[in-house]
Design a protein around this ligand. Structure first.
Ligand code: ZN
Length: 289
């Protein structure tokens, strides 16, 4: 008790008069610790020192760690090699449209960066102008296949002229540009008369070398198999975008041909690939097996 009184006296002599209740508590605390008393610090300094000293220890971390079994990280897989450049060219052609299936076929071609040629009927061009325009915007070709699918063998020269001229005019009207310089007569019928008219227009006649008979075969599988079995470099494939089975078959035909090394090109590109020179009025079928 006596020591405490002396300590108190010593501390009081170091500080100005006028303590608050808080200061008295500090002094009490100091009285129990000689080192503070002998420190020679002012009361605010001592107070801070006590505060620091009394700071509670940080709570120890209480997270629970789960130890997992060691799983080695597998090495990064090699990136797939780029697809080999196509070795062959082939031209898919679609006749008698545009129809309600044409946009679907265009989607498939677009998905695979493939091109085709559409031989359209003149009397369907104005009512489906949006499809005609989309066909060409995607890099495909649109050419004539007569106005209304009449058999040219049964028509006179003037009627054949009108069939070809009116269809080309309709295509030019909706596209703002003329079709390429060729057409396909209905049924592929190219009599001498038809050829003479084609020559007048300076058009070539384009038929085909591969016919999966999609107008006759009523299942997609057969159409697919016939195309794949007969596919050849420089070939022209006859298809019809008005047939539901063709629409189904094309889903497989396009990727399978690409996988086999074919580039799917327009008729114009195929003609350039196959021939050095083309003669208006002549019939071109492409290569066959
Ligand atoms: Zn046709």
């Amino acid at each position: 008790m006596k020591t405490r009184t002396i300590l108190l006296f010593l501390i009081l002599s170091l500080v100005p008069i006028g303590f608050t209740a808080c200061d008295e508590m500090v002094i009490d605390a100091l009285a129990e610790d000689m080192s503070f008393a002998a420190s020679g610090l002012s009361i605010p300094q001592i107070s801070e020192a006590i505060y620091m000293a009394e700071e509670p220890e940080e709570e120890p971390e209480t997270r629970n760690y789960i130890s997992l079994p060691y799983i080695p990280i597998p090495p990064m897989p090699e990136p797939p090699p780029p697809p080999p450049p196509p070795r062959y060219k082939i031209a898919l052609t679609f006749d008698d449209g545009p129809s309600q299936f044409t946009n679907y076929i265009l989607d498939i071609l677009e998905q695979h960066d493939a091109r085709a040629t559409f031989f359209v009927l003149g009397n369907r061009v104005y009512s489906r102008a949006d499809i005609i325009r989309r066909t060409v915007e995607l890099g495909n070709e649109v050419a004539g296949h007569s106005w209304n699918h009449r058999n040219f063998a049964q028509l006179g020269t003037d009627a054949i002229r009108a069939q070809i001229r009116d269809t080309s005019a309709a295509i030019e009207y909706v596209l703002g540009q003329p079709p390429p310089p060729f057409f396909r007569p209905p049924y592929g019928i190219a009599t001498n008369r038809v050829r003479r008219v084609a020559e007048e227009f300076e058009y070539f006649i384009i038929n085909w070398s591969i016919d999966p008979k999609d107008w006759q075969n009523r299942d997609a599988d057969t159409i697919y198999k016939l195309v794949m079995e007969n596919a050849v470099d420089g070939g022209i494939v006859l298809l019809h975008d008005i047939r539901i089975y063709t629409k189904e078959a094309i889903e497989r035909i396009v990727p399978s041909l690409i996988e086999k090394g074919f580039q799917l090109v327009t008729v114009s590109e195929l003609l350039e690939y196959l021939y050095d020179e083309l003669v208006p009025g002549d019939v071109y079928n492409g290569r066959r097996r």
